[in-house]
Structure formats: structure tokens, C-alpha cells
Design a protein around this ligand. Sequence first.
Ligand code: SAH
Length: 354
Amino acid sequence: MPDSPSAAHILAEKIDRDGPISLSEYMGIANAAYYAAKDPIGEDGDFVTAPEISQMFGELIGIWLSDLWMRKGRPGHIHYVELGPGRGTLAADALRTMLKFECKPQIHFVETSPVLKEKQAALHSGAAWHKSIDSLPDDGPLIIVANEFFDALPVEQFVSTADGWLRQMVDRERNKFIAVPGTQVIEKQMSRSSAGLPTGTILESSPASVQILGELSHRIAQQGGAILIIDYGYDQPGTGSTLQAVKNHLPISPFDSPGTSDLTAHVDFHNLANIAKTRLLSVHGPVEQGQWLKALGIDQRAGKLAENSPGKAEDIRAAHRRLTHVDEMGRLFRVMAATSMDWPEPEGFVYGES
Ligand code: SAH
């Protein structure tokens, strides 16, 4: 555990004192330390995100938001909120595009990492920062964007055994962290029905995602607006662990050197859609990222950019492929929106409407 003795140290101390901790606690502590220590995004970091691949991504999100705002009748007092804005690139591309339509929202970033906050501040001098969603304004429509945010939130896992469903815990064995079965849980504590599932099945859920989307949906229902969620995940309830750790663009064990790799889990869009619907929002999608970007005109935008900069045509073509192709980010990544009932139908969800 050479790179980040702090996360491993905190975890080891806690386990020595209280016994094994839940997987979500382990993941929360490891990721907080990870994002606090460095900017992990980019070719020379641990992973690359869509806005860092091409300006087209943020621009199309800006067009999507502007269109929604214009059809709502251009409300004057409005808040652009981004959850986990990374380097601030998506916001820069989206807000520049929105300005062309005279859409000038106040800017709010929900960010816990001081390193990334500094990068965001270099691009967005007028933004307000929030450590959690609790302090977001309550006085106007919220248009909220979350790209690769929900996958970073902690998950719980439950394992089916002869003794019933047991909560997955994390213990330590000398210098190593290991997953161990914990106490029995009752079905009510799990996010979905476990009836009929065979021994050995793992069910995963993200209480933090449930809490955050529940609260934001409530706000949107009250204040008006929309949330756009883009992430890798699945549309139907699934089983099995999707927990993964990535370091230098390669997978490693989630239990190796916590705090030095990016711990993520796939996003359960089925559950997120249900949460938004329960709060009386209108849900659109999820659809594949590639389909959504194409519906918003990424082919035409790529053509125009290549025409303007012929020397960059090959790079633009490669970025377009990375964002849209089914073998790259086009299918694994999903796009889902939830809008308040008095806002218009958003663009891009041409099929897969739920
Ligand atoms: N949206 C960006 C970055 C994705 S990485 C992009 O597409 O490039 C995840 C982002 O979420 C980082 O900015 C990270 O610091 C932030 N983050 C992770 N956990 C968080 C939490 N619990 N609360 C707020 N921000 C968090």
C-alpha cells in the first residue's frame, strides 16, 4: 500500500477497532481518499471520460439543455448543476454552447475533491461549489448533469447462502483487505426481491445513489427542471458483482491498495428510473449513448468540425467512433433523463422510452 498509506491506514484502524466494515463503507473511504489525492482523469491518469475525448460531447449536452430551456419559455432565473464535474471540461463546452442561445444559468458544482475543485475553478470563476447536494439553491429550476458520477458512489452487496442473505463485509488479514460474509439481512433491507435466486447469487445496490437521486428528484418536482444521467450500467435488474478497480487504465483487484485506484460499480438504471418516477418525474430512456448522441446530431457536428479543421479530421473521426460505436462507449454507456411534469419532453430519446 505504498501510494496512499492514508486510506489503507484509516481502513485498517477502523477494522481493527470495530471489526469488518460494510463494502459501501470501504468503497466510500477508498474513493474519497482517491479523488482527494489527485486528478485521475486523462490519458496520463487512470481513466478517460467522454468530455475529455471531444468537445462534441459537452456541446451536444449544451444544445440538449438549451432546447429544453427554450421550449419551457426561457425562464430567467435558473441553475446549471453538475455532479462530480471532474476537470470542468463538460461544463465549459456545454455552457459555451448555451450562451449562443442566450441561456445563462447560475453555475453550481457538487464536488468533494479539492484537487478537482481547483481545476474547475480555473475554468469557471463564477461557479458556486457544494460539498453535497443539501446546499443547492431552492429558488428556481435546476438543470442537473451527471456524467460518470453515480458509478463512483459506494455499493452494498448481499450474497445468498445456505444461512440466508448475508451482507458482504470487508476484513483485513495482515496487510491485505478481503471480502467476508457478514450478518444475515432480511429482504426488506435489500433493493429488490430475492425470491427464487440460487445460492451464491450476489445482489448489489447503491444506497448513496438512491438517496441522492431521491432528494434531487424531489427538488426538481418542486422547483422545475431536469436531470441528465450518463454512465455505464444496466437497464434491467441484474445479479452479480459489478465492482471494479481501475489504475493506469488497467483493471486491478478492488481490495488492492485502496485509495490508489478508481473503485466503481455499474449503475442500476432500472432502480434510478423507479426512484424518479416515485417522485412524480417523467423519465426518458435509458437509451444507448451512441444512439442519443446521433439523435442530437453528432454526425453533423463531427462533419462540420472536420471541415473547419481538415488537419484534425482523423482525430475527430476517432473521437466520434469512441463516443458512439457499440464496441466502444456507444452501447455500454446509457443516457437517462428525468424531467418535472411541467417541463417539455426532452430530445434524443427516440426509442426505449419507459
Ligand atoms: N464528470 C467528470 C468526472 C467523472 S469522475 C467527467 O465526465 O470527466 C467522478 C467525479 O465525481 C469526480 O469529479 C469526483 O471527484 C466526483 N465525486 C466522486 N464521489 C463524489 C461524491 N460522493 N460527492 C461529490 N463528488 C464526488
